[in-house]
Design a protein around this ligand. Structure first.
Ligand code: FAD
Length: 320
């Protein structure tokens, strides 16, 4: 069967969920071959194999950690030249998109970024994107070369599909450009214990209606009851109520969770651009005319200071 390359996003061998989602999509196209760069391939191989990777190509070298992007492009190109895949799937992170674009240029292929679904017909992969602030859904295919596709988190379920996952060494020779941009320092983000916003299955957000930083613990409590990430509108972020890293929208993070709960958010187009592809949308807003109600699956017209604590209490009581 034809093989499909999947670039693995991991932290020292701990595979991140979007990669497992890519394996689900890759299996629709052919046999997934995972490309694992950096340390921890043996740990990762078990998980990758459990989710359908027939092979795990691995390379480890200091260049991957010391220099930006290009060493990884050299490696995925080496994997491409070794495997001759029918498609290459890459996570739609900032780094993933840069790697994918550089790879596509090098191998003379078309690229589609920020896919929210990948299906296959007799002519190969057909990619769904949500574009123009999610106002349109497009379906397209790469017409030239091996399709290089970056896929947004939460675009496919994680499925168990046991396969061999056999680890094979990938030989990579680094190009002259590989050492062009050196990383001079790293500062780990402070951990909140909550899931990463862009990857979370559930996001609970607060907007101007939250009224102040001192009230955001209300939003956090609901998020914690659901095991969710916390988001915020730009109005809340600009007011200094919540850190910018949590802003959802056109100039913030794009999220596509299974469930998005908007509290005290009006639903401006720039906010919608970041969350409109969420599978189920719930809003709590005291104004029944708020535009957010145009796109919700469930809406509660009410004061969030009354509704949100009741919701949190109800969820907690059902977990007890
Ligand atoms: P508001 O629009 O003020 O809405 C607050 C809502 O809270 C109202 O609907 C109100 O009825 C409700 N409310 C008030 N009190 C309560 C209560 N007690 N209980 C329940 N409901 C209550 N915005 C983003 O979010 N993300 C972006 O990335 C982004 N990028 C932008 C880029 C550009 C170039 C521009 C021009 C704007 C951008 N914006 C962005 C801003 C956007 O246009 C809106 O101003 C912003 O989204 C409004 O935030 P909000 O919904 O929290 O506030």
């Amino acid at each position: 069967m034809a093989e499909v390359l999947v670039l693995v996003d991991h932290l020292d061998g701990v595979v991140r969920k979007p990669t497992l989602e890519l394996l689900t999509l890759a299996r629709r196209i052919g046999d997934p071959v995972a490309v694992h760069l950096g340390p921890g391939a043996d740990t990762a191989a078990k998980v990758l194999g459990d989710h359908g990777a027939v092979r795990v190509l691995t390379a480890d070298a200091p260049e991957f950690a010391q220099y930006l992007v290009v060493p990884k492009v050299d490696a995925i190109q080496a994997a491409h030249d070794t495997v001759s895949p029918v498609a290459v799937l890459v996570p739609s992170s900032a780094e993933g998109k840069e790697i994918a674009a550089r790879l596509a240029l090098r191998i003379g292929s078309g690229i589609i970024t920020d896919a929210v679904d990948v299906e296959v017909d007799e002519n190969g992969p057909v990619v769904t994107q949500s574009v123009f602030a999610a106002a349109f859904t497009t379906r397209s295919r790469v017409s030239h070369g091996v399709p290089v596709i970056t896929v947004k988190p939460n675009s496919a379920p994680v499925e168990s599909a046991p396969a061999a996952g056999s680890v094979e060494q990938l030989t990579v020779s680094f190009s002259q450009a590989a050492t062009g941009t050196r990383i001079v320092s790293r500062t780990p983000r402070e951990s909140t214990g909550r899931p990463e916003l862009a990857e979370a299955a559930i996001v609970v957000s607060g907007g101007r209606g939250v009224g102040g930083a001192e009230n955001f613990p209300l939003i956090e409590a609901l998020a914690d009851a659901l095991g969710a990430a916390v988001g915020a509108s730009r109005a809340a972020v600009d007011a200094g109520w919540y850190p910018h890293a949590h802003q959802v929208g056109q100039t913030g993070k794009q999220v596509s969770p299974q469930l998005y709960i908007a509290n005290g958010i009006s639903g401006a187009i720039q906010h919608r651009a970041g969350m409109q592809t969420s599978k189920t949308i719930v809003a709590v807003n005291k104004d029944s005319e708020a535009p957010i109600f145009d796109l919700v699956d469930f809406g509660v017209v009410g004061d969030l200071f009354s509704v949100v604590p009741q919701l949190t209490g109800e969820i907690d009581s059902r977990k007890a």
